[in-house]
Ligand binder design. Structure first.
Ligand SMILES: Cc1cc2nc3c(=O)[nH]c(=O)nc-3n(C[C@H](O)[C@H](O)[C@H](O)COP(=O)(O)OP(=O)(O)OC[C@H]3O[C@@H](n4cnc5c(N)ncnc54)[C@H](O)[C@@H]3O)c2cc1C
Length: 276
């Protein structure tokens, strides 16, 4: 039961949803409700008005952009649909794997791409994959639409007054992978790593072990040219400053740095095998 009072609106158009958000202080976007509703129940979050965007059909589904170089993944695409989408499996396998690793079937059937990207305060799975993929978050606001690199989006506050409409992901073929070590109780990542192998070298991002999803550019530089043998990847992580890794419940910075290295090595080796 949710003990605080709030109003509820179910707009039929994006403009209407944006108008409701800017007209009401404390208005919040509601998508699948898998983070927001539990947080309202526990009092960890609050809302004066819930703007339920689930009628906005144009925010659902994935397509290839006309130039063929990106996927446009609608913000209301569910995690279950993302995990099973043949286009995403072929062109952005790290995103499909991150969606598949998320929570349980109920969470994946209701939770959305936009909600997982926008849910603040906890390490979540999709943002780290979006950062490694060099994806762009598309936002609609009163001033029109803007695009923000996923890395920048992950570093800032959640989008007040704006609606995340889509994620634009460069098409990678099979050269990408995601690995996660999940907390046994919550399924959230203790640490997750996402990688892409590009002609310019590897792109590597980590979350859970770090304060937010982070691209690890020094590690990328140390590993440029490969091969991605486990010991070489672990050595590249050992050279990182310990303060990068934030100890959590029962974990130390050393443990998290090592775990991040192990998961990154696995992801690089998986991506390399897929390329062969
Ligand atoms: C039992 C359980 C296990 C879970 N395990 C995991 C896990 O392993 N890994 C993981 O990453 N997550 C996990 N989660 C969290 C869950 O996957 C995400 O929170 C969920 O995907 C959020 O999507 P949603 O559509 O339900 O968002 P909502 O709960 O509706 O919204 C979440 C937040 O995002 C905002 N928001 C939503 N959509 C938009 C949009 N389009 N534009 C702007 N703001 C928006 C909302 O205002 C709110 O602040 C778990 C949750 C539960 C309940």
């Amino acid at each position: 039961m949710i003990l605080t009072e709030f109003d509820y609106a179910r707009p039929a158009a994006l403009d209407e949803a944006l108008a409701l958000l800017s007209a009401t202080r404390g208005a919040r976007v509601l998508a699948g409700g898998q983070s927001l509703l539990p947080d309202l129940r526990t009092g960890a979050d609050s809302a004066r008005l819930l703007v339920d965007i689930r009628q906005l059909a144009e925010l659902r589904g994935s397509t290839r952009t006309p130039d063929g170089r990106h996927l446009r993944i609608g913000a209301l695409t569910t995690l279950a649909d993302l995990a099973a989408d043949p286009l995403v499996l072929a062109e952005a396998p790290e995103l499909a794997a991150a969606a598949r690793a998320n929570g349980d079937p109920q969470v994946r059937n209701l939770g959305t791409v936009g909600g997982n990207l926008a849910a603040a305060g906890r390490a979540t799975d999709l943002p780290v994959a979006a950062v490694a993929a060099d994806a762009v978050v598309e936002l609609a606001g009163p001033g029109g639409r803007t695009g923000l690199p996923a890395e920048e989006f992950a570093a800032g506050a959640p989008p007040a007054g704006q609606i995340l409409t889509a994620l634009l992901v460069p098409a990678a073929g099979a050269a990408a992978a995601f690995e996660k070590s999940a907390d046994r109780a919550t399924r959230y990542p203790v640490c997750a790593a996402a990688v892409r192998i590009t002609p310019d070298g590897p792109r590597i991002a980590v979350t859970g072990a770090t304060p937010r999803p982070l691209r690890l550019r020094r590690v990328e530089d140390r590993l440029r040219g490969g091969p991605y043998a486990t010991e070489a990847v672990l050595a590249a992580f050992r050279a990182e400053p310990r303060e990068l890794f934030v100890p959590g419940r029962g974990t130390s910075a050393e443990y998290l740095g090592h775990l991040a290295g192990v998961l990154t090595a696995r992801a690089l080796q998986r991506a390399e095998r897929a390329l062969a």
